[in-house]
Design a protein around this ligand. Sequence first.
Ligand code: 8ID
Ligand code: ZN
Length: 352
Amino acid sequence: MAQNIPTEQWAQVVEQTGKPVVYKKIPVQKPGPDEVLINIKFSGVCHTDLHAVNGDWPLATKLPLVGGHEGAGVVVARGDLVKDIEIGDHAGVKWINGTCLACDFCQRSDEPLCAKALLSGYTVDGTFQQYCIAKAAHVARIPKECDLEAIAPVLCAGITVYKGLKESGARPGETVAIVGAGGGLGSLACQYAKAMGLRVIAIDGGNEKKEMTAKLGAESYVDFMSSKNVVSDVKAATPDGLGPHAVILVAVNEKPFQQAAEYVRPRGTVVAIGLPAGAYLRAPVFESVIKMITIKGSYVGNRADSAEAIEFFRRGLIKAPYKSIGMSELQKVYDLMHEGKIAGRYVVDTSK
Ligand code: 8ID
Ligand code: ZN
């Protein structure tokens, strides 16, 4: 290990689900043979982190838990088996912290489907601490020219929506509806969709998100809070009135998951990404069949998707808004997120 690594560090710890996070000092871990230790400088706050704090998914978290999975920083130590990443390199800790690399899914580069996947900030400690461990094979390589604070949200939100847009099969010039467009994933989805040559209908609530999504390149906005009929408003927002070719669902609410099948274009694809607790995807069989629609899930991305999403950022194509705050104030971010009051993403600075 390098000499300047402290034995203790600041972290935000979930000690009990459903209770506020606790800001305290905890020990710095040592990386195993196939792991790296990353000095996390900045970490985005994803709604998944709030699901972990609330314990509202049918998947248990580790406890006590350090949340966070959009961590950007500097490699400060590595295990003996690690050869392809150097001390001093910039790297990112993603949701997929490690996988077995040997199962059928890993072999086919569907690593998120690996049954042995370690999940940062959920089944292993994540990035709301100053020093975080991850499997070297899975850490994201971040080019030195990229700003570590601005790139943090790409490490989950960016990768996930980029993958989801690819899964939708939408082609350049076609229209995609982004449901929850004013949130963390949604704001990045607007930018990736635009960079991929797609036309964006943003769906969210309130004027702040309307203005933000317009700046991010959305051509139209449907306000789910004031619209009298979301289905007809979304259809009307497409150039020919037939509905969007794809729908990217990144809201944390069940209702839009039921509505999407109604306004998606015949032959279109609905991609479910958001994970509202206890929600169901429902669609009428008759219309789904005669419209030949596809409804599918999309879950983060593999290592290649991650590298591609980072490359879009490096090229200057992704400039999503974020708000900076000290890591000590993480609970404030969760409170705002719970109320749906965050336009874009919050990024915490682990030194404050
Ligand atoms: O791999 C995955 N599938 C993956 C990866 C990362 C995150 C899934 N997620 C999940 C999270 O766990 C969470 O459930 O995606 C969801 C969205 O995460 P986020 O973008 O970090 O959440 P946010 O910033 O709170 O944004 C949610 C937005 O949805 C809007 C809200 O106003 C907010 O802007 N929204 C809601 I709640 N209801 C809506 C509705 N009916 C709505 N927008 C349109 N219509
Ligand atoms: Zn996330």
